[in-house]
Ligand binder design. Structure first.
Ligand code: ACO
Length: 323
């Protein structure tokens, strides 16, 4: 059978780093509160000339380079984002143009923080269905543009950035020893909209709006939803937590990550944590975490890796792959 195998990966971050202490003159908060409640120490914030498209392009080029590929080798781009450059066209198409591609097709995927997990599962289906041979799957966000910078309960949590992988069609046996995407489980439930949403949009206010969140309510649901979808993925693949080499969760809050790993019986040393460096970068968080763990030599070819995310909607999902 055809498997969608990771051929390369990359990341891009805005130049400016904003430390927790930098908020102290803006809103009533402290480095101590932010670190203790979230694990976040710093985040990158985009300048005017850094956009979802430019960061996504840079991450895509890094992923292509790491795989020894050029844009000519790609026939599909799936961009996970909730902060597109324009309402339309899709920012994926803008990235396609920036890469100089006059072939193939590109589209955006909107599942907020779960966007990259949804995009990997979607690109895998296009590849296995024969519609694409090599896909760039990108998560790119500029959440700094939709934050209410006077709301301390949200503005300290998020950051900007982008990450990407190239998925390539390769022959596999159909077994769990194959490299590539092995199993996926996706969920959503719109009843939770009011707990995490943006209070603007083209069809309602005609404005972009700002992120609004009931943090405690999101927290309450997060661990149960994350562990449910991971257990479904384990069952589909016929594995247990002990078989995993690496757990790469969505980077929203260190306490959510720790509680999920503990509930699932995933050893602490197998958990990739980058929320301290990047904050919550929504759809970019999982590929950014992947890029750190690949660059420092933790994730290696043949390792069994579990990706997981949960976000606005609510949406949530998990993907199991062998690197
Ligand atoms: N600095 C200082 N105090 C603050 C800040 C801040 N930045 N923000 C809120 N507080 C105050 C609150 O006003 C509250 O004060 P009060 O008791 O006088 O009312 C107090 O701190 C406690 O607030 P809680 O909301 O109960 O704090 P909690 O421990 O739940 O932490 C947090 C808040 C970090 C938002 C947490 O609920 C959380 O992480 N929730 C998950 C939400 C999340 O990560 N969303 C991201 C997108 S969804 C996803 O990716 C999973």
């Amino acid at each position: 059978m055809i498997r969608s195998v990771v051929r390369g990966n990359g990341a891009a971050l805005p130049r400016r780093i904003m430390k927790n202490a930098d908020f102290e003159g803006m809103v009533e908060t402290s480095d101590e509160w932010i670190v203790q409640r979230t694990g976040i120490r710093q985040r990158h914030v985009a300048a005017d000339d850094e956009t979802t498209a430019s960061l996504g392009e840079a991450a895509a080029r890094a992923a292509l380079d790491s795989g020894g590929l050029t844009p000519a080798d790609i026939d599909l781009i799936v961009l996970a984002t909730s902060t597109p450059n324009n309402t339309f066209p899709a920012t994926a198409v803008e990235i396609q143009n920036r890469l100089g591609m006059r072939h193939g097709f590109a589209f955006d995927m909107q599942a907020v923080c779960s966007g990259f997990v949804y995009a990997v599962a979607t690109a895998d289906l296009y590849i296995r269905g024969g519609l694409a041979k090599r896909a760039l799957v990108i998560g790119s966000e500029t959440f700094s543009r939709i934050l209410d910078w006077s709301d301390r309960s949200t503005c300290v949590l998020f950051g900007d950035g982008a990450g990407a992988v190239v998925l390539e069609a390769q022959d596999g046996t159909g077994g769990i020893a194959d490299r590539g995407v092995l199993a996926a489980s996706l969920r959503s439930d719109g009843v939770h909209k009011e707990k995490l949403f943006v209070d603007g949009g083209p069809s309602t206010t005609g404005t972009v709006g700002h992120l609004r969140m009931e943090g405690r309510e999101v927290f309450k649901h997060a661990v149960g939803m994350i562990t449910d979808v991971i257990e479904a993925t384990f069952a589909e693949a016929g594995i247990t937590a002990e078989d995993l080499d690496w757990f790469v969760p969505h980077q929203a809050n260190k306490r959510i990550i720790d509680a999920s790993a503990k509930k699932l019986g995933i050893a602490e040393e197998k958990v990739v944590v980058t929320v301290d460096l990047h904050g919550n970068t929504s759809a970019a968080s999982v590929p950014l975490a992947l890029s750190v763990a690949v660059a420092d030599g933790r994730i290696k070819k043949g390792d069994l890796v579990l990706l997981e995310a949960m976000g606005g909607g609510f949406t949530w999902g998990a993907v199991l792959l062998r690197w």
